[in-house]
Design a protein around this ligand. Structure first.
Ligand code: BDP
Length: 655
């Protein structure tokens, strides 16, 4: 009885999908039903044995409709529900949205995406021997696309992924890791027939294919001795490379590039700017309508904090702000939401508040590298809603939201990119509940104003067939789980404190004396990073003056960002009225208690879920509790020993 073949615990295998699959699919006003929909649906209908007389899903394609290139309208009809759109893409998104909600709960009305770019970046390597396994920072099993240096022959898993993306209106997928190693470089050369195979699958679901490109490909592939972006030979090489790619995939989207970062090659080698590098690739793609996503995650990972200018949180803005306006129209700067690296809590990237004449996408991390690696429940919809709701004004309520800014003016190439969390494991996302993060990303990219609690309820209803009480238990487990993770990990926005390399579990000084630039500066007197203009790295000065004023002084800075921006004594009193040291103790005890409460809700819910989901979640919740206790004890013991200040409530085992 499963419509969605790879799991019966996924929102496209849930109650809504079964309801829609039992309907008859027709194209009205002479519209043929798009091939992919007809094939999928026919298959499901045959398996479900439903024929004439069933409810109808009518697909209406009207190019003159004003729904825009990707929008759709859902209307109830006497026989069922009609999906109307001006393009096939809109029809595909609308139909799959309906599969998610079912006919009874169909969100009637018009739906248009907030921004034109809604992308997922897979960090899949060609082979498991490459950097950090087959999926870099992947916690959901092997790659669905690549194995042993080649693309897999059977792309049915990619087809299902395409369906998942279509149900969220996600419209772009970069197939390979941004760290393009030697094998990955071949995707734009001898592996183009494989790229064309993947693109053909994704096209059916309204998803455009992109590739991460190695800036040094002209050298790596053995053709040239330089990758200098201003060298005519290099420019000609990329022009020919693009011609080959577009001959294989005429609707190819373009390249994602990580340059001059963490060992990747880039324009700095040749004394060129990032505008020189990005514009060179943009020129090669322009004749074909392609786009370059140029990542701003550029910093020197081999330098300590030598002086204020080497604060890693400054790097992206220092490199890219002076280049605002210097990029070609088909360059999009891809900016991580925070200036350091996808932490559970960090300040907004200054670049996102100040770039005015450049296309920008905000980059989020769905894969839970720093938020529990899909062993911990950590619903990131709440983090992202907070980030996207951030107001670029004098106070928390003023000015446009970041979500509105990245949606951009009509016609601009702007929007959202995110590192995906899927793999070939049965539940797609390792932890079955981490699907909620993929779902929330897609929904927020479509509409950044959505309430993350509503999104979560949608995902629950679409995925599991639960009564009201069981749904409430599942909601209780997920909602607030981001705050819980934050409570038992690094305090007050200071970040990191993770095991070096794999980034799982606590290690307070793991990176403190290395060259990676992620420090907490804790000593016997205090903790935190002084990034003020007055006495610190001056990083606050990289924001607009209105935003800077919200962080520059201790009086103004919100507690949750205090140690990101300021170095303070342990006895410093927070706006909450507690001292920093007591906050550290209290939040770590509270974090563990919240995980224990999660286990209480889980005990009540277990019986209502499929056995395989239960087995997965049981094991992961045990691990989450073990790890939360480890965080609590390491952090609290460390800061008790550093500060000598006892816990006001006498809870410390070493006190
Ligand atoms: C860091 C990851 C690393 C990525 C890098 C990036 O640890 O694996 O390559 O981000 O975004 O968070 O390029």
């Amino acid at each position: 009885m499963r419509y969605f073949p790879d799991s019966d615990a996924c929102w496209l295998g849930g109650p809504g999908a079964a309801q829609v699959a039992a309907a008859r699919l027709v194209g009205t006003t002479g519209t043929p039903v798009p091939d992919a929909l007809a094939a999928d649906h026919a298959d499901a209908a045959v398996r479900l044995g439903v024929g004439a007389g069933a409810a109808v899903v009518a697909l209406e394609l009207d190019p003159d409709d004003d729904l825009g290139p990707e929008g759709f309208r859902l209307t109830r009809t006497p026989q069922g529900v009609a999906v109307a759109a001006a393009s096939e893409r809109g029809l595909v998104y609308g139909y799959h949205r309906l599969l998610t909600t079912g006919l009874d709960a169909a969100p009637l009305g018009e739906h248009r995406p907030s921004a034109p770019i809604r992308m997922l970046d897979d960090w899949d390597n060609l082979s498991a021997a490459e950097h950090l396994g087959s999926v870099e920072r992947g916690f959901s099993g092997p790659s669905i696309l690549f194995a042993d240096g080649a693309m897999v022959a059977d792309l049915s898993r990619l087809r299902d992924y395409g369906r998942l993306m279509a149900s969220l209106g996600l419209n772009a997928l970069c197939l390979n890791n941004v760290n393009v190693h030697d094998a990955g470089t071949h995707l734009i050369a001898d592996m183009l027939p494989d790229v064309a195979r993947a693109a053909a699958v994704l096209r059916d679901y309204g998803v455009t294919t992109y590739l991460a490109a190695n800036f040094a490909a002209p050298i790596t592939l053995g053709d040239l001795t330089t990758a200098d972006p201003l060298d005519p030979g290099v420019r000609a090489w990329w022009a020919e490379a693009c011609a080959r790619v577009y001959a294989a995939v005429p609707d190819f989207g373009g390249f994602v590039v990580k340059a001059d970062s963490e060992g990747r090659p880039g324009p700095f080698t040749y004394g060129r700017t990032h505008a020189d590098g990005a514009n060179m690739l943009a020129a090669a793609l322009a004749p074909f309508g392609g786009t370059v996503f140029w990542r701003c995650f550029v910093y020197d990972c081999r330098q300590d904090w030598r002086d204020r200018s080497t604060d890693r949180a400054r790097a992206a803005a220092d490199h890219f702000q002076p280049l605002d306006g210097a990029f070609a129209d088909n360059v999009v700067l891809q900016v991580k939401y925070g200036p350091i690296d996808f932490q559970a809590r960090e300040a907004i990237s200054p670049l996102l508040t100040t770039l005015r004449d450049t296309n920008v996408v905000i980059e989020l991390q769905v894969t839970q590298e720093y938020t529990g690696q899909q062993k911990h429940v950590c619903y990131l919809g709440e983090l992202w809603a907070e980030v996207l709701g951030f107001r670029i004004g004098r106070d928390a309520d003023g000015g446009p939201s970041l979500g509105a800014l990245v949606a951009g003016p009509a016609g601009a190439r702007t929007g959202f990119a995110a590192v995906s969390n899927v793999g070939a494991g049965e539940f797609w996302t390792g932890h079955p509940f981490a699907q909620a993060n993929l779902y929330a990303y897609g929904r927020l990219a479509w509409d950044p104003g959505l309430d993350p609690a509503d999104i979560l309820r949608e995902w629950i209803a679409a995925t599991y067939d639960l009564d009201a009480e069981a749904s409430a238990d599942l909601e209780a487990i997920l909602l607030g789980s981001w705050a819980t993770y934050e409570a038992y990990s690094a305090p007050l926005g200071v970040g990191f404190m993770v095991e070096p390399g794999h980034h799982y579990g606590p290690n307070v000084d793991g990176y403190e004396y290395s060259l990676w630039g992620t420090y907490h500066f804790a000593d016997r007197d205090g903790i935190g990073v002084d990034r003020t203009v007055a006495t610190g790295s001056g990083m606050t000065g990289l924001y607009t003056p209105e935003v800077a004023a919200r962080y520059e002084t201790l009086e103004a800075c919100p507690d949750e960002y205090l140690l990101f921006f300021h170095h303070v004594p342990y006895g410093h009193v927070l706006h909450s009225g507690r001292t920093v040291i007591q906050h550290i103790y209290d939040s770590h005890f509270a974090g563990v208690e919240a995980v224990e409460a999660m286990r209480g809700s889980w005990a009540a819910l277990r019986g209502a879920l499929p056995a395989r989901v239960v087995a997965e979640v049981d094991a992961r919740l045990d691990e989450q509790l073990r790890c939360a206790v480890e965080w609590r004890d390491q952090i609290n013991t460390y800061f008790f020993r550093k500060s000598g200040v006892p816990d006001a409530h006498g809870r410390l085992i070493h006190a």
